[in-house]
Design a protein around this ligand. Structure first.
Ligand code: GLU
Length: 416
């Protein structure tokens, strides 16, 4: 993530662009440009050495015109309120585009979970929920995992909320472990949903995925599952992957299972036997068919967009491409599957989890996969329809659909 880049300023510019296309009045546009509410919290945590460390946290509740706020919580040392605002806005468009009965929100804590023990992370997670308890709930705001938060953290959060309320409240948060009323298929949902989109994009663009080469930038939840599923869905071949420490390349392609094992053991993909090392920058510019940015914001920008050679970019990360880069890629004929479509599989299965929690009836894995595929494919072709009719880039096409839905709900409710 480049220093000084402000994702929220980019979001506001994106909203201005779509407001122009949709001819929104200025008060509607003004409302969409700001979060409805944001909560700033301070969390004291007793560390293992006996000292208390004070952490800053946020929850941004961007818009709930279409349903309760929904979106993950990030633990990251470089978290800022503006990043959380941007991510909360993107959640609003994501749930609207997938037609889920939610609004958008996001949370974050400035911390480095890689340097914290499990018990420190548990105390931080519980502290975060204690401060937010009156603002969240199954009908109010439903958090979930995001960068550096996992099902273990989510379980502590659910437990803390339930203890305070005096009864189990499984529907307050999604991404829970299966043993605690989580949903089958939630773990790999972001990657799986993204690959359904890649499948459809390849069909649409008449690209044969059998002989395609793919690179995956980022090897966290989304990136590592994408590697495994890519091989399962399309066969060969993953020629390059990277994580926060750097990238690796192999002409003959990687075995994703071995990569995952190696990363688990060594904390990074760097040094994987038989690979040569490359920088994140070189990886983005490789001559491949598919590029899957799967880490953080602003990795594809005006500096490198002109050198990108992939035919399809499937944005598994949130906000990996800047506005300027979007235009460059579009003019080069590179098809970008925008983040709030491509990575919407996670929140879609979160929605399935919440429905299962509320009804108390749990679905089979095949049912989840089928429903996820239907939702993703439908949204993909809705975006294609607007993309073709309006001749705008795919991100703006997705924006047109999502923002129209949010604005319709606001108008019917009498907000604007
Ligand atoms: N953090 C994920 C996202 O950015 C999932 C959110 C959710 O499941 O609510 O879409």
């Amino acid at each position: 993530m480049e220093k000084n880049f402000n994702s929220f300023e980019m979001v506001q510019k994106q909203i201005d662009l779509v407001a122009d296309i949709l001819k929104l009045d200025s008060s509607t546009c003004q409302f969409l440009r700001e979060p409805m509410r944001e909560i700033h919290i301070t969390i004291p945590v007793k560390m293992d050495n006996g000292q208390t460390k004070v952490f800053k946290g946020f929850r941004v509740q961007y818009n709930n015109a279409r349903g309760p706020f929904k979106g993950g919580i990030r633990f990251h040392p470089e978290e800022t309120i503006d990043t959380v605002r941007a991510l909360a806005a993107w959640m609003t468009w994501k749930t609207a585009l997938l037609d889920l009965p939610y609004g958008g929100g996001k949370g974050g804590v400035i911390c480095n979970p890689k340097e914290m023990s499990d018990s420190e992370k548990e105390r931080l997670s519980r502290g975060y929920i204690r401060e937010l308890v009156e603002f969240i709930g199954p009908e109010k705001d439903i958090p979930a995992p995001d960068v550096y938060t996992d099902s273990k953290i989510i379980a502590w959060m659910m437990d803390e909320f339930s203890k305070i309320k005096g009864h189990n409240s499984f529907g307050v948060i999604t991404g829970k472990p299966i043993e605690l009323c989580g949903s089958l298929g939630r773990n790999d949902a972001t990657a799986r949903g993204g690959l359904y989109c890649v499948r459809e994009a390849a069909k649409y663009l008449k690209i044969d995925l059998k002989n395609a080469k793919v690179t995956i930038q980022g090897f966290g939840n989304a990136g590592s599952y994408a590697a495994i599923l890519y091989k399962e869905f399309f066969g060969e071949k993953i020629v390059a992957v990277s994580d926060s420490k750097g990238g690796i390349y192999s002409e003959k392609g990687f075995d994703p299972y071995q990569l995952v094992e190696f990363k688990k053991k060594n904390g990074s993909v760097i040094g994987f036997p038989g690979s040569s090392s490359i920088t994140n920058e070189e990886l983005l510019e490789l001559d491949v068919d598919i590029l899957l940015p799967s880490s953080l914001e602003n990795v594809i920008n005006e500096k490198n967009a002109k050198n990108i050679k992939a035919k399809i970019i499937g944005e598994l990360a949130n906000g990996p491409t800047t506005l300027e880069a979007d235009e460059i890629l579009h003019s080069k004929g590179i098809f970008v599957i925008p983040d709030f479509l491509c990575n919407a599989g996670g929140v879609t299965v979160s929605y399935f989890e919440w429905v299962q929690n509320i009804t108390g009836y749990y679905w089979k894995l095949e049912e989840i996969h089928k429903k996820l595929d239907e939702k993703m494919t439908k949204a993909f072709y809705e975006v294609i329809d607007v993309y073709e009719k309006k001749k705008i880039n795919p991100r703006m096409a997705a924006y047109v659909i999502a923002v129209s839905r949010v604005v319709d709900a606001m108008k019917i409710r009498g907000w604007v």
